[in-house]
Design a protein around this ligand. Structure first.
Ligand code: ZN
Length: 62
């Protein structure tokens, strides 16, 4: 997993519950990434997910 840092303002989320991880629609390359990770039995931070601080999380959700 990526460290919880807002992808907009780069604020570090000391309490990840303040904000959240938002998953975007998967693109073709993201599906390939997922297949590759599954084949290797690896877990990682998906390229289609980003952290948002509380403030920006609300904006994304609204
Ligand atoms: Zn932010």
């Amino acid at each position: 997993m990526k460290p919880p840092i807002c992808c907009i303002c780069h604020k570090r989320l000391d309490y990840p519950d303040d904000g959240g991880l938002i998953y975007f629609k998967k693109r073709r390359s993201d599906k390939e990434w997922q297949n590759m990770m599954e084949k290797k039995g690896m877990v990682g931070h998906p390229p289609y997910a980003e952290w948002f601080c509380g403030e920006h999380y609300k904006k994304q959700k609204s």
